[in-house]
Design a protein. Structure first.
Length: 224
């Protein structure tokens, strides 16, 4: 009996000391709330089974990022659902373009600054005939058969626009920041979120070259 106990103890120590595999990351919706989920993960039955990384900004306090050595199927089928999981999915990195995203050579048309008439304004040809305008068929939308004359009010779902753009200046109206549920959207709120907000009265407006704006790094373009 003693040799068997010794071997069993050695096996236990070996397994305990073995390097653990990297934990999986899961985005979960739990009915327990943040404190309840943290308590469940730190309780003895689930100790080292899950770790709450952080909440994901859900106003209902139900969406969280957790890590666990378990796979998704095992996590969802824990007896009695001790984590209160209503839904879970694997948090993983994916490539949206089917490969490494690389900066390509800008199309030659991006440098075409020839002035052209554009529905009562004068803009660069690169703006009036940009590839996106062809994709959404802007010219067809302005044909008389569609009766799109620009007489209504539409929403610009974006982080901001250039209020001095020749095509936009005569038609822009005060807007509403629906992402923060407040009137009057301001790019300075985006800058403030990065800790880069300059002191009041020192803000300087810089014009971005419209010939290169289309190829800006989109992670910073919103706060230029």
């Amino acid at each position: 009996m003693k040799p068997r106990r010794w071997l069993l103890g050695l096996l236990f120590v070996f397994v305990w000391a073995s390097p653990a595999a990297a934990d999986n990351r899961f985005i979960v919706r739990s009915t327990l709330g943040l404190q309840g989920l943290q308590s469940a993960c730190s309780a003895l039955p689930l100790l080292q089974t899950c770790t709450v990384v952080r909440g994901l900004g859900d106003p209902q306090n139900q969406l969280f990022l957790i890590t666990s050595p378990l796979d998704l199927t095992t996590l969802l089928n824990l007896a009695g659902n001790p984590l209160g999981i209503a839904h879970a999915e694997l948090d993983q990195v994916i490539n949206l373009v089917g490969g490494l995203n690389k900066v390509t050579t800008p199309p030659a048309g991006l440098s075409d600054t020839t002035p052209v008439s554009y529905f009562g304004s004068t803009v660069w040809n690169v703006y009036a005939n940009q590839p996106a305008a062809t994709v959404v068929r802007v010219s067809e939308a302005h044909q008389a058969s569609f009766n799109v004359l620009g007489t209504g009010i539409v929403a610009d779902i974006d982080t901001g626009v250039d209020p001095n753009h020749p095509a936009l200046q005569p038609i822009l109206l005060p807007g509403y920041d629906f992402t923060r549920n407040q009137p009057g959207g301001s790019e300075m709120t985006d800058v403030a979120g990065l800790g880069l907000n300059p002191p009041p009265g020192t803000t300087t407006v810089f014009n971005v070259s419209q010939s290169t704006a289309a190829v800006l790094d989109q992670s910073t373009a919103a706060v230029l």
